[in-house]
Design a protein around this ligand. Structure first.
Ligand code: G4P
Length: 526
């Protein structure tokens, strides 16, 4: 007899782990992702993910590739099974394709892995991505990478996490030496040592020990490194934060793992501990209260729309995060905003290289739906009662440009293009309050390029973008006095008519905040 549906969903939810890796370019995200996929058997060869990354290196190449493949695979979801868990890794584009999609993808994750280069510490893109995760209060796990290179001391890194990100940390393991001296890590939770073996560090030996004072470690690591390890761990035992799962779950404490992704060192232990500690899909907020993942009725929301870069194929893929129930191919669901029933017949699941048709999927999973133009970012789909998930935040753009249309007769097409591309989340549009000029705002440069390219390819409109000096946008509520935003700043409106101030630099922004106590400045739309 088959299991009752509720029981089945409960079990599937329990074993799901959906997370994103957040990092600055070059910290080793591709390498780590690839190692994780190898453990999960999702890929057979090292280099597959890397090849994909290399192939999208330059913008122009990227567009060429998109065109050839028909539909984009640049940013997707990788799924694999490991020791009973079903793991979904959400790819968060970095490099040139860093965009608002990167931020929106984080809303679909139940936890995050923050990857940090041991030498470089916390870098700019990590800070931005961390803040988005931290606002959501999801657990954040830290992997300090490239331990085979000289870097900052573990204590310095812990101090930096607290100073720059405001998060306390608890090391789960501790390096024995670093750089050329690195000979292994001590696993504090399981009282064992993992040691590099052989000249090329190709083997890893795991030994159970009583504590870090165990003479076995001294034998293997030598007096100097063992003395250092004992001193550091003693200090950590006395002065460090104890492990506290509650705090980890609330995103107030980050467990740290040290390792070297390229040498596959510390990766498996990280994966195993992470899967134990990371949460399964949690309830999601909706306008009618929290939706439990174990609810029998299917529900989900669209967090990303990926357009086809080939003008001959206008179809798009909408990425849906399942929040409750079971998805079955061909099922009918309510498209809540449109007030229509739709059939989900050709859903796709995303893997490292291939896309398969999905038969069924559960909360925490991501499916791709063919979109003939009916979805918008943030749309909710549900079975039975109408559920509307809370709106996705609009993230503050950092690059701005004025647009002019080269041929004034194309104004209608231009407007249509602007409307559609804003719905997809490719760009944000602002209007100046005086002359009704259009200003575009984006998070990453590639968004401008995609906008220009698609305006011409799909709508036949040649545009010219004129970059502006602004670097920050803040939505304002309360007192709105246009005369206060004339120097190094400008007052504009977003597409919903909310007031937004654009600032040329941080100084101008801080000054405006100080001088206008009756105005509230917000980083995301109200
Ligand atoms: P990203 O996706 O975060 O941008 O980083 P990616 O994995 O591409 O890694 C960036 C560089 O760092 C790569 O070197 C990669 O090999 C290296 N790397 C990753 N993990 C480690 C590690 O644990 N130790 C050391 N020493 N290096 C690491 P590259 O020279 O750019 O590419 P490649 O020619 O080595 O592939």
């Amino acid at each position: 007899m088959s299991k009752p549906l509720t029981e089945e969903i409960k079990q599937e939810v329990e074993r799901r782990r959906t997370f994103a890796i957040i990092s600055h370019p070059d910290a080793g995200k591709t390498t780590l992702t690839e190692k994780l996929l190898l453990f999960g058997g999702a890929i057979r060869e090292a280099g597959s993910v890397k090849a994909r990354k290399a192939s999208r290196h330059a913008t122009s190449d990227w567009m060429e590739i998109e065109k050839q493949r028909g539909i984009s695979v640049t940013s997707s979801v990788m799924q694999f099974d490991y020791s009973g868990h079903r793991v979904n890794i959400l790819d968060t584009p970095g490099h040139q394709d860093f965009s608002e999609d990167t931020y929106r993808t984080l809303t679909a994750a139940d936890s995050a892995v923050m990857l940090i280069d041991v030498a470089k510490g916390v870098e700019a893109q990590t800070i931005k991505l961390f803040q988005v995760c931290s606002k959501r209060g999801i657990p954040i796990f830290t992997f300090i990478n490239k331990l085979d290179r000289e870097g900052q001391s573990p204590f310095e890194l812990m101090e930096e996490l607290e100073r720059v990100l405001g998060i306390r940390s608890v090391p789960m393991n501790w390096p024995i030496g670093m750089g050329r001296e690195l000979c292994g890590v001590y696993d504090r939770m399981n009282n064992q040592v993992e040691l590099f073996q052989g000249k090329d560090h190709s083997k890893i030996e795991v030994r159970k020990v009583d504590s870090y004072t165990d003479p076995i470690i001294r034998e293997m690591a030598g007096d100097f490194l063992h003395d250092q390890l004992c001193q550091e761990l003693e200090l950590l035992d006395v002065a460090g934060d104890p492990f506290d799962l509650e705090k980890v779950s609330r995103g107030e404490l980050t467990p740290i793992f040290f390792g070297s992704a390229v040498n596959n060192f510390g990766v498996q232990t990280f994966l195993e501990n992470f899967l134990k500690l990371a949460p399964p899909p949690a309830p999601r907020k909706s306008t009618s209260g929290e939706v439990e993942p174990t609810n029998e009725k299917f529900s989900g929301y669209i967090f990303k729309i990926q357009a086809n870069m080939n003008p001959a194929h206008r179809d798009r893929i909408a990425f849906l995060r399942i929040c409750s129930g079971r998805f079955d191919r061909g099922m009918s669901v309510k498209h809540v905003r449109a007030g229509k029933d739709i059939k989900l017949s050709q859903p796709q699941q995303f893997l490292a290289q291939d896309r398969d048709i999905v038969e069924s999927a559960y909360p925490g999973d991501i499916i791709g739906l063919f979109d003939p133009g009916i979805f918008r970012i943030g749309d909710s789909l549900s079975q039975g009662s109408e559920i509307t998930f809370d709106e996705l935040p609009t993230f503050s753009p950092e690059l701005f440009a004025k647009v002019t249309v080269k041929n004034a007769l194309k104004h209608k097409q231009y407007q249509k293009g602007i409307d559609q591309l804003t719905e997809e989340g490719t760009i944000q549009v602002f209007q100046t309050t005086g002359f009704e000029e259009t200003i575009l705002g984006v998070v990453g440069q590639l968004q401008f390029e995609v906008f220009e390219y698609r305006m011409k390819g799909e709508y036949g409109v040649d545009i010219q973008l004129h970059r502006m000096q602004f670097q920050f946008a803040r939505w304002i509520t309360g007192e709105v006095d246009p005369s206060k935003y004339r120097i190094n700043s400008q007052l504009v409106k977003d597409k919903h008519g909310n007031f937004v101030v654009l600032f040329e630099n941080e100084y101008a922004m801080r000054t405006a905040m100080d001088k206008n106590p009756n105005t509230t400045f917000l980083e995301t739309a109200p």
